[in-house]
Design a binder for this molecule. Structure first.
Ligand SMILES: *Cc1c(COP(=O)(O)O)cnc(C)c1O
Length: 408
């Protein structure tokens, strides 16, 4: 299982760079770099026969992953998440075929494990001595876990109001935790400055080429789970956009390798009503999304007011004939509770946004009853128990014979 990674290519100016340097964005134009592979070579090695014998985790796709030496792969069991039918939500929404890709099953409870497992492994492979990240919470936890695994010092910068669970988790992994006044872009400034001063390697979203490679395995895995085909529609809660962008890249690579055909899913970006830079740019037909002022939502992963990969996300939306929409915090909370109460899946608020967006898209006619829809549940609800108040629950006194009156 050798990697067929050949070089890096700029997504904007198409300049190319060698694969063995620790570089971040394009040195020429500062845009996003992609890892490129010898896909013909990869296709001869990553055959269906070969795959049949490999463990069900993301390293099964090693030929189209950037880690060069398999010994450098860091694993906590990332990837290999379930694709779970959601018939009760389907009946409720008038859709015959909804499935939920349950990314909450990943180590540290979100799909962030995929990208950061790969990015930290690759940073270490190329000689980084410390890794750092600005994060709304989940990315910090994932990076801290893989840094611990790699034996690298880790620095995370999070908004001060990040859920306590995520702060505690990062401390447990031994990371240096910096709480910052402001949002993730403000945390980004702190990490950039720290990286210059102290030589940390910054693994911010799409500001190094390898997180997207980990995220792309969501698309590969989905296609494999469906028998090497893609669904009609993918609904994805979007912040920095690596999920959408990574999957879109995966589908192109799989087609070039002859594993899937030319059909693509319609990609759907879901954002919060009060933080919707991508949805707004899509509506206006623009290719870049300016900073969203006063961004606010209870879904931390979607509280991303500016995205360096805006043009890549918007291109995927256009090329796939997809769409972008927004939901309010009340709506996404409703979606979270619907998934939990109807399907037994306690999902993150971001995932709740994707659930409720699916209902809205059906109501608006974007989705037809027979469409095969895959909702990405990007994370676990367990980190967000604060959103579901429990302090009004009565306390029963078992010594009181009337304690159960009116309960049944
Ligand atoms: C980071 C995050 C998102 C946003 O994902 P992007 O791929 O960065 O757009 C969505 N949901 C959860 C739970 C997240 O942690």
């Amino acid at each position: 299982m050798n990697s067929f990674f050949t070089h890096l290519e700029c997504t904007a100016c198409h300049a190319t760079y060698p694969s063995d340097q620790l570089i971040k964005t394009c040195p020429a134009c500062a845009k996003v770099l992609y890892a490129r592979y010898d896909l013909d070579g990869a296709a001869t090695a990553m055959t269906l026969n070969a795959l049949a014998r490999r463990p069900w985790n993301l390293w099964r796709y090693a030929e189209i992953m950037p880690v060069q030496d398999r010994a450098n792969a860091l694993t906590l069991g990332e990837g290999g998440t379930s694709l779970i039918p959601a018939p009760a939500l389907g009946r409720l929404f008038g859709l015959n075929n909804i499935t939920i890709k349950d990314e909450g099953q990943n180590p540290t409870g979100s799909f962030k494990a995929r990208g950061l497992g790969v990015a930290v492994a690759r940073a270490k492979e190329l000689g980084a001595t410390a890794v750092a990240i600005p994060s709304a919470g989940n990315a910090a936890a994932a990076m801290a876990a893989y840094a611990a695994r790699a034996g690298l010092p880790a620095v995370v910068a999070m908004p001060e109001d990040t859920p306590e669970v995520m702060k505690a988790e990062c401390l447990a992994y031994g990371a240096k935790v910096l709480l910052v006044k402001g949002l993730i872009n403000d945390c980004g400034k702190v990490i950039r400055e720290g990286s210059e001063r102290y030589g940390w390697f910054d693994v911010s979203t799409l500001k190094e080429p390898y997180r997207a490679e980990g995220k792309k395995t969501m698309g590969i895995e989905l296609a494999e789970q469906l028998g090497w085909r893609v669904p009609d529609v993918i609904v994805y809660p979007t912040g920095g956009g690596t999920g959408i962008v990574g999957m879109w890249k995966a589908f192109a690579e799989l087609e070039a390798m002859g594993l899937i055909g030319s059909k693509r899913p319609k990609m759907v970006v879901v954002q919060a009503a009060n933080c919707a830079p991508i949805a707004q740019a899509f509506k206006r037909g623009e290719r870049h999304a300016p900073l969203w002022e006063n961004a606010a939502t209870i879904a931390p992963g979607m509280r991303v007011p500016i995205a360096i990969g805006d043009y890549l996300i918007l291109d995927a939306l256009h090329e796939s004939h997809g769409t972008a929409l927004t939901v309010t915090d009340d709506e996404l909370l409703e979606g979270m509770l619907l998934a939990a109460s109807h399907e037994g899946l306690f999902v993150a608020p971001e995932s709740g946004a994707a659930v409720i967006a699916t209902r809205i898209l059906r109501e608006q006619g974007f989705l037809a009853a027979g469409d095969e829809v895959v909702i990405f549940s990007t994370g676990l609800g367990l980190m967000h128990t604060d959103l579901i108040p429990t302090n009004d629950l009565p306390i029963l006194d078992p010594a009181n014979p009337d304690a159960l009156d009116g309960v049944g």
